[in-house]
Design a protein around this ligand. Structure first.
Ligand code: NAD
Length: 266
């Protein structure tokens, strides 16, 4: 470890269990010298595994439903109290589709569920940013990051309304990225990650087959959660200060492939 986050303080959302991308980010951020606060929805905290992570990373856990402005505000107040100062980075690693989870066909979507999905998976990113913006909790040259998927640009039929959630998430990064840059040089990006074996990932129908397909289609193979975490760390570090308003593919080359002989053979 090189200590590239030494002295930095950040909030990491979405660590559900040791497979979660956010879990790996928390471990790496700690190993690279950052001080962190962990957060997840109160219902996820009841599972208890996040406390193990908190112990390992010398951090505290603050429950917050990402759709609640009040919870987010409290999360920032308590984090600043813990850090004794403002925040350098925030990871939004939150996603959940109600229609997909309840196996409702895309062509028969329930709209109140769809709205809930957008609120949890995308509008919460805007909420994280808006509350931080208004409370002025971010340090100069800070970094805000969300996790996305290529279904924002291409059609993956079983991904359901998460496709639109990701399109919205990426758009929020661009639009809010402008305001953050002007306010205090904070950058906002999304990483578009390969399919990854996590609770959220496995919730998509036929995920294993799809995972294998993407692995063959990508010349480098699927990017792992560990590697995704390493990429996140680089985006929190001072080595990427002028990268903003981008959707950055971390997918082993998948997004630029047309045809792969490996897939044809299979
Ligand atoms: N797994 C994949 O294949 C994949 C690929 C690309 C992008 N992503 C994205 O990565 C991010 C992290 O997902 P993951 O794959 O690590 O899965 P995960 O299931 O481990 O994490 C999703 C997290 O969202 C949290 N969450 C759900 N509702 C919430 C709410 N109301 N408030 C606060 N938190 C809430 C869950 O508790 C969980 O910790 C998501 O945005 C996901 O869409 C995942």
């Amino acid at each position: 470890m090189s200590g590239i986050l030494k002295g930095k303080k950040g909030i990491i959302s979405g660590a559900l269990d040791s497979n979660s991308i956010a879990w790996k980010v928390a471990e790496k951020a700690h190993a690279e010298g950052a001080e962190i606060v962990l957060t997840n929805a109160p219902v996820a905290l009841r599972m208890g595994t996040i406390n193990e992570l908190a112990e390992k990373t010398n951090s505290i856990v603050i429950g917050a439903d990402a759709t609640s402005l009040e919870d987010i505000s409290n999360l920032y107040d308590k984090s600043i109290e813990r850090f004794g100062g403002k925040i350098d980075f925030i990871l939004h690693s939150i996603g959940m589709s109600i229609n997909v989870r309840k196996k409702k066909a895309y062509t028969d979507s329930k709209y109140d569920w769809m709205q809930k999905t957008f609120d949890i998976s995308a509008i919460s990113f805007h909420k994280f940013m808006q509350v931080a913006f208004q409370k002025e909790v971010m340090n100069e040259w800070g970094s805000i990051l969300g996790l996305s998927y290529i279904a924002a640009q291409r059609t993956f039929p079983d991904y359901g309304e998460m496709a639109e959630s990701k399109a919205l998430l990426e758009s929020f990064a661009r639009s809010f990225g402008y305001h953050w840059a002007k306010k205090n040089h904070v950058r906002v990006n999304t990483i578009s990650q390969s399919p990854t074996m996590t609770t959220a990932g496995k919730g998509v129908k036929g995920f294993q087959e799809f995972y294998d397909y993407a692995d063959k289609m990508s010349p480098l193979g699927n990017a792992t959660a560990d590697d995704c975490a390493a990429y996140c760390i680089s985006l929190f570090s001072d080595f990427t200060r002028y990268v903003t308003m981008q959707n950055l593919y971390h997918d082993g080359g998948f997004s630029n492939m047309g045809m792969s002989p490996d897939v044809l053979e299979q």
